[in-house]
Design a protein around this ligand. Structure first.
Ligand SMILES: NC(=O)c1ccc[n+]([C@@H]2O[C@H](COP(=O)([O-])OP(=O)(O)OC[C@H]3O[C@@H](n4cnc5c(N)ncnc54)[C@H](OP(=O)(O)O)[C@@H]3O)[C@@H](O)[C@H]2O)c1
Length: 264
């Protein structure tokens, strides 16, 4: 059965059950989107759908995005339940990173499967049903723009997503389907909890960021919403760094600039 066509647009969001993905789902729902929410954990997805029940229709799919049939099942669900797909947000990603010499093949393959192949495969599947006016947003990282210490395969994959986004933009933009990438700095979520728990990290991040607050999941969600909206409809093939200026400057706070370097 093919779902009822409706004027309300439909967004498919991967990694929807926590952190940045959860915030994106809530922002898109508030903006009038119906949602297909994908993650591995059924319970948190069901809770999200329950909480949004009075706001919009939410369909959930509990699967690993790296599973062979995940893209087909997710896009199939959007079409079956809603009859259209206007927006794909490739957000699910592996939070495993290590220096290159400490990255074995198992870790390398896992990160590539979840964070690079899955976005490519979901995009390919979505493009099969998307109409002009649709768009694909991928969540990269500032670690795809600059070499991040200990980034290893995470940096390689996030840089690869920029290439993927540009390839999608050049190929499908003329047909009215846009692709853009949002590259957040460090945002407080489960993935980065260990960092935020460290006072040293919090201070260093603050002292290297030329803006006087931390980035939030809402910052990412609002940027995604802008990019998919009519207001963002001439933006195509871009990478938007969402980091208060961290990646484009060599900022150091006055306090850090004037402190003495401790000999190694
Ligand atoms: N937090 C940051 O500072 C930061 C900075 C730059 C970029 N990012 C990027 O932002 C994205 C989201 O990160 P986050 O910080 O929100 O992480 P998070 O809080 O750990 O949430 C990750 C989400 O993805 C899902 N997920 C993870 N692996 C999956 C898989 N194999 N299949 C399906 N779903 C999966 C998780 O649900 P289940 O566990 O239930 O599957 C969860 O919903 C990632 O691509 C990350 O690289 C984050």
């Amino acid at each position: 059965m093919v779902g009822q066509a409706s004027d309300k647009p439909v967004a498919l969001v991967t990694g929807a059950s926590a952190g940045i993905g959860d915030a994106i789902v809530r922002r898109l729902a508030r903006g009038g989107y119906r949602i297909v929410a994908v993650a591995r954990g059924q319970d948190r997805l069901a809770q999200l759908a329950h909480e949004l029940g009075s706001v919009t229709a939410v369909e959930i799919l509990a699967t690993d995005v790296a599973a062979d049939d995940a893209p087909q099942r997710a896009v199939g669900l959007a079409m079956k339940a809603f009859g259209r797909l206007d927006c794909l947000v490739n957000n699910a990603g592996s939070g495993r990173w290590a220096p290159p010499r400490e990255t074995d093949d198992a870790m390398m393959n896992e990160v590539i499967d979840i964070s690079l192949k899955a976005p490519f495969r979901f995009s390919r599947e979505a493009l099969g049903v998307m109409k002009p006016g649709s768009s694909i947003i991928t969540i990269g990282s500032v670690y795809g723009l600059v070499g991040g210490l200990n980034g290893g395969i995470y940096c390689a994959v996030k840089a690869g997503l920029i290439g993927m986004t540009q390839a999608l933009a050049v190929q499908y933009g003329a047909g009215g389907i846009r692709a853009n990438l949002v590259a957040p700095g460090v945002i407080k979520t489960d993935m980065t909890r260990d960092y935020w728990d460290s006072e040293g990290f919090r201070r260093t991040n603050h002292e290297m960021t030329p803006f006087n607050r931390e980035g939030t999941v809402a910052d990412v969600a609002n940027t995604v919403y802008f990019l998919v909206s009519e207001e963002g409809s001439y933006i195509n093939g871009q990478t938007i760094a969402l980091d208060g200026g961290w990646s484009t400057t060599k900022f150091l706070s006055l306090e850090a600039l004037t402190c003495k370097r401790v000999p190694a």
